[in-house]
Ligand binder design. Structure first.
Ligand SMILES: [Zn+2]
Length: 115
């Protein structure tokens, strides 16, 4: 639902070929667009795959079918947050984030392994 109108959504995701590398989600708080761009460049130099997921709204299967119970929702990230997806080893991701965060003391990063 968007307002009072139903919209169809693409609700199928499937892994075509397993890369053998884990996928990570990072929620970055209080970084500028330039900081995010620098992080993306740094990730590539650490042999990580990176994608900006800030515009993606993930919802559960019930919500994707329009069957969500009243009061249930999936809030978007705050305006001071960016959501990034990374693919690569934990060692490479840690090295990348450590290097990036050295010069950004006020930025906060919350990392979660997705699969
Ligand atoms: Zn839901």
């Amino acid at each position: 639902m968007l307002g009072e109108q139903d919209f169809d959504v693409f609700d199928e995701l499937d892994k075509l070929v397993d890369s053998g590398l884990p996928t990570w989600q990072a929620i970055v708080t209080d970084a500028t667009n330039r900081d995010i761009s620098t992080l993306a460049d740094l990730a590539v130099s650490h042999s990580l795959g990176v994608d900006n997921w800030s515009g993606v709204r993930v919802m559960c299967a019930d919500c994707s079918r329009g069957d969500s119970p009243a009061g249930h929702g999936h809030p978007s990230a705050s305006s001071n947050q960016s959501v990034l997806g990374f693919a690569g080893s934990e060692t490479a991701l840690s090295a990348c984030l450590d290097e990036w965060l050295k010069a950004r003391k006020i930025v906060q990063v919350e990392i979660k392994k997705l699969w």
